[in-house]
Design a protein around this ligand. Structure first.
Ligand SMILES: [Zn+2]
Length: 237
C-alpha cells in the first residue's frame, strides 16, 4: 500500500521512499509524491535515484492500493531499496494551476448559469471542459472568461480535507458532484474547496490560492451534442 503524499501536500517536490514490489521496469513504493493520474489530470513524471544512479520516471499509475512508477531501464532498484524521488516540478505546477483554473470555471458556470460539468481533460496550461448548456455564444463565452478571471484575482484560498464518508455525504454542495457514485467500500472522501466558490470530491493536486493560477483565456468553444457544450481554455502568466 502506497501512502499518497500528494494528497496532503501538493507542494512536495522530493521525497524518500522504499521499494515494496517490482514488476518488469516498474516499481511500487511505500510512499509517493508522484500523482498517478485520474480525474482528468495526467500523471507526473520525474526521476528516482539510489546512490549515484538515476532513473527517469516515464509513467505513474495507481493499481489497487499501490502506486507504480515505470522507469527508463530494466535494471530497477530491488525490493527493499531506499530511493529518492524528484518530480518534474515545472510540469506539475503548471498542471496544478490548470486544474485549479478548471475548478474556478466549474464554480462560476454552476453559480451563474446552473450548468453542471459532464467531463473534462487537461494538459499543462491547456484544458477542455464539457458543460450541460443548451446553447453557447461568443458573448456568453466572453462573459464567462471575464467572471472566471475576476474570481482568480479575488485571491480565494483552496482548502483540502479528508473527511469520513458520512460527514462528506452530509455536505449539500457535494451532492451535485459525483460523490454519490463513489464505491461503497470507500471510508474517506477527499474534498477540495475553493473557499466561497466551489467544493468538490477530488483526488487531484491544486495550488493554494487562486492568484497562483495566472490568467485564463477561452481559446474555443463548440457543440458536442444537444445539451453538451465544450469550452477550451489556456492558462497564462
Ligand atoms: Zn480538482
Amino acid at each position: 500500500m502506497t501512502e499518497l503524499l500528494y494528497q496532503t501536500d501538493a507542494y512536495m517536490k522530493e521525497f524518500d521512499a522504499r521499494v515494496t514490489a517490482v514488476e518488469g521496469s516498474a516499481v511500487a513504493l511505500d510512499r509517493s509524491a508522484f500523482y498517478p493520474g485520474g480525474g482528468g489530470q495526467p500523471n507526473d513524471v520525474g526521476t528516482l535515484s539510489m546512490g549515484d544512479r538515476t532513473w527517469r520516471v516515464l509513467k505513474v499509475r495507481k493499481q489497487g492500493e499501490d502506486v507504480w512508477h515505470t522507469l527508463d531501464a530494466e535494471d530497477v532498484p530491488p525490493v527493499g531499496s531506499e530511493v529518492h524521488g524528484t518530480l518534474d516540478w515545472n510540469r506539475r505546477h503548471k498542471l496544478m494551476r490548470t486544474h485549479t483554473a478548471l475548478h474556478v470555471l466549474c464554480g462560476v458556470v454552476w453559480r451563474d448559469y446552473g450548468a453542471s460539468v459532464t467531463g473534462g481533460n487537461m494538459e499543462p496550461l491547456r484544458a477542455r471542459m464539457d458543460f450541460e448548456f443548451e446553447s453557447m455564444r461568443k458573448e456568453l463565452v466572453q462573459e464567462i472568461e471575464e467572471k472566471v478571471n475576476a474570481e482568480v484575482a479575488a485571491a480565494h484560498d483552496i482548502r483540502v480535507k479528508i473527511l469520513p464518508r458520512e460527514e462528506a455525504f452530509a455536505i449539500p454542495d457535494l451532492i451535485r458532484t459525483k460523490i454519490n457514485l463513489l464505491p461503497e467500500g470507500i471510508q474517506q472522501v477527499r474534498t477540495v474547496e475553493i473557499v466561497g466558490l466551489d467544493l468538490q470530491a477530488d483526488g487531484g493536486t491544486h495550488v493554494a490560492n487562486t492568484t497562483e493560477v495566472g490568467r485564463i483565456r477561452v481559446l474555443d468553444y463548440k457543440s458536442k451534442g444537444k445539451i453538451n457544450k465544450r469550452i477550451e481554455v489556456e492558462v497564462t502568466d
